[in-house]
Design a binder for this molecule. Structure first.
Ligand code: SF4
Ligand code: SF4
Length: 92
């Protein structure tokens, strides 16, 4: 039996108790990744294309209710990229 595929990482968490459904995050996302149905006060905005988020933080910055938390993926927090191999040697 093969291992289950990992779930898609959700790049932002929206606190339903704080969100006032203003749609600013939907409006400002430079990748147009966030969607919220106009005038729907029941549902929260959702990230339609989570894999395309580049963690710019604009949605969090503009949120008037401080409802958004950016959830950085593990590989961004503990980056294992060998930068010297990738970009060339360090010149002193
Ligand atoms: S962090 Fe940037 S790219 Fe990601 S959902 Fe928010 S505004 Fe869009
Ligand atoms: S900007 Fe903040 S308060 Fe407005 S819809 Fe997005 S998460 Fe909700």
């Amino acid at each position: 039996m093969s291992a289950p595929e990992s779930a898609t990482h959700n790049p932002i968490d929206i606190d339903p108790g704080k969100c006032v459904r203003c749609d600013f995050c939907d409006w400002i996302c430079p990748g147009d990744l966030i969607y919220h149905e106009d005038g729907n006060k029941e549902k929260l905005p959702v990230v339609m294309y989570p894999d395309e988020c580049w963690y710019c933080g604009l949605c969090q910055s503009i949120c008037p209710a401080d409802a958004i938390t950016i959830i950085f993926p593990e590989e961004m927090i503990h980056n294992k990229t060998d930068v010297v191999s990738l970009l060339g040697k360090v010149v002193k």
